[in-house]
Design a binder for this molecule. Structure first.
Ligand code: HEM
Length: 512
């Protein structure tokens, strides 16, 4: 099929427009897989300006003026340094360049809370039609991927799985979550510790996803493997490596098999009253609300939404428990604060750091004009640290008040807001409650972060269980430099808030 481009209007009118054959992906470096057709993104500022100038001559639209460069701040979401400690840069962005233009990535980056929140809610001018990732991850998913849809198609697909996410259904899962948590923790306890990412966070979050879908437990291991591969990225580069795209396609093949099995069961008279996503999607398809071609992609989205960000959150909770070790004893005495601990972790170490949108027309944010067809990134990780909304935002503060006006941007805003937020919060609470029934958990090696730019969390998190309050001493190696630099500041903040627990300093590893 020949390549062609679509206008912003076409994206808005039918964001489901997809080619079934391979197209050139609009995201440089993305593997050659079926993608929605769109204009190629300019490779450089010069090219971008040239294209823009040529277009403006042809259409008499105002020439594209990039925002004035502030040379005191540079932000590249694909920079390795940023993965480690982005928060000082985020502050510089909020103060000096609240809408920052990265010419090399041809990307507008929005960093203040109010602008992030308003932008995510503006689904008329800022659409999801090209996915919500900067690197074209959506392109390796099938047709029904919810987060790449807008308008009526999005509403229909979201409606199809609404019951799966209903509050009552999620609450009913607590016992199952607890049982699974205990079995995974028992294995880690039996060996005194291990890698918390592969030993707990990944199987736990995939377990959450497959139980929502209605998949058999045996799918967990194979989907963990797929997730592992699908998260792989090349530092500094756009795009989804070939094996990551292949892993996504393999997941959809597995999901297609599971749909076939469930359909055969239903045809043979099986009960269809369950809220599992397979049944709900099959029913919606029979009613003509979901197309057959959308089923695998929709199920895949439910599964993948329950994978990387929740796994990152579970590792981030452990990271905070280790960073402020006395919190473990404190929360044992005050289990009523565990929900608040989870909420503050969702703010302080936002597991999904950013979301992208496509501008359908010229818009203005924070006084900066963003031309039509621009890629715009909203930094939830920065919004959640915005001092305009959260006093003393770099302090981990268990007494922080969250209201509808300052709710965390972690789960998005507007029509695409996360359907699984209650499930994620519940799983996090259960995990922390169960962890605190045992010994203290401490990080003992060098953790490794996921390198997918959207996700903030750990792909490897070596932990050891120790007697409550005990030091991990020399078993503990140096963590990332930024952790060490910022630990001191944060320890002071913690001590100020929990002075009554300040009997001695147990943070005595070489990095303290
Ligand atoms: C810490 C964990 C999680 C985080 C940080 C998170 C974050 C998000 C965000 C930011 C969005 C909005 C995407 C956009 O606006 O483009 C979203 C959408 C979604 N999330 Fe989550 N999520 C989490 C856990 C879960 C879980 C456990 C599920 C359960 C399967 C889930 C299901 C979904 C679904 C189905 C959507 C699509 C909504 C739509 O496009 O209409 N999420 N999530």
């Amino acid at each position: 099929m020949p390549e062609h481009t679509v206008s912003a209007d076409e994206i808005r009118a039918d964001s489901t427009a997809r080619s079934s054959t391979a197209q050139k992906c609009p995201f440089p470096g993305v593997t050659n897989v079926a993608v929605p057709v769109a204009e190629p993104v300019a490779e450089s500022a010069a090219e971008s300006a040239a294209v823009s100038d040529a277009e403006s001559t042809a259409t008499s639209e105002p020439a594209f003026d990039p925002p004035p460069a502030d040379l005191t701040v540079h932000y590249d979401p694909l920079s390795f340094a940023i993965y480690d400690y982005p928060y000082d840069t985020f502050k510089r962005l909020r103060d000096a360049a609240p809408v920052y233009y990265n010419a090399d990535r041809d990307l507008y980056i929005v960093s203040r809370y109010d602008d992030v929140r308003a932008g995510l809610a503006n689904h008329e001018q800022l659409v999801n039609g090209l996915g919500n990732d900067m690197d074209g991850t959506h392109a390796s998913f099938g047709e029904g991927m919810l987060v790449s849809q807008d308008g009526a198609r999005h509403t229909a697909l979201r409606q199809a799985v609404r019951r799966t996410f209903a509050a009552r259904e999620i609450l009913a899962r607590e016992d199952g979550l607890r049982e699974f948590t205990r079995s995974l923790l028992a294995d880690l306890h039996a060996s005194g510790g291990g890698d918390f990412a592969s030993g707990f966070a990944l199987p736990m979050s995939i377990g959450m996803g497959i139980s929502l879908l209605g998949s058999p437990a045996e799918d967990n291991a194979v989907i963990v493997d797929h997730l592992w591969r699908s998260m792989e990225r090349t530092v500094g580069e756009f795009g989804v490596p070939a094996d990551a795209a292949a892993a996504n396609q393999e997941t959809e093949e597995l999901l297609a098999e599971r749909f076939a099995t469930r359909r055969a069961e239903i045809d043979a008279g099986a009960d269809t009253s369950g809220s599992d996503a397979y049944t709900q999607i099959l029913i919606a398809q029979q009613k003509g609300k979901v197309k057959a071609s959308e089923m695998d992609g929709l199920a895949h989205l439910v599964l993948s939404a329950a994978s990387d960000a929740p796994a990152a959150l579970l590792t981030n909770l452990v990271y905070i428990l280790d960073k402020f070790p006395r919190l473990q004893g404190y929360l044992r005495q005050r289990p009523d604060l565990i929900k608040q601990f989870v909420e503050e972790t969702l703010r302080y170490e936002t597991p999904g750091q950013n979301l992208c949108r496509q501008a359908t027309e010229q818009i203005e944010i924070a006084g900066v004009t963003i031309p039509a067809d621009s890629r715009v990134m909203f930094l939830q990780g920065s919004a959640n640290r915005d001092e305009r909304v959260y006093p003393d935002p770099d302090t981990f503060d268990l007494s922080r008040e969250f209201t509808p006006k300052n709710r965390v941007m972690t789960f998005g805003e507007g029509v695409h807001a996360c359907m699984g937020a209650p499930y994620a919060r519940l799983a996090a609470k259960v995990m922390v409650e169960e962890l605190l029934l045992g010994p203290d958990i401490r990080i003992v090696g060098s953790p490794e972060r996921w390198i997918k730019q959207m996700v903030r969390g750990f792909s490897m998190l070596p932990v050891r269980f120790v007697v409550p309050g005990a030091s991990v001493g020399h078993a503990r190696f140096s963590l990332h430099a930024a952790h060490a630099e910022h630990a001191e500041h944060d320890e002071h903040a913690q001590h100020a808030q929990h002075a009554e627990h300040d009997e001695h300093d147990e943070h005595d590893g070489p990095d303290a």
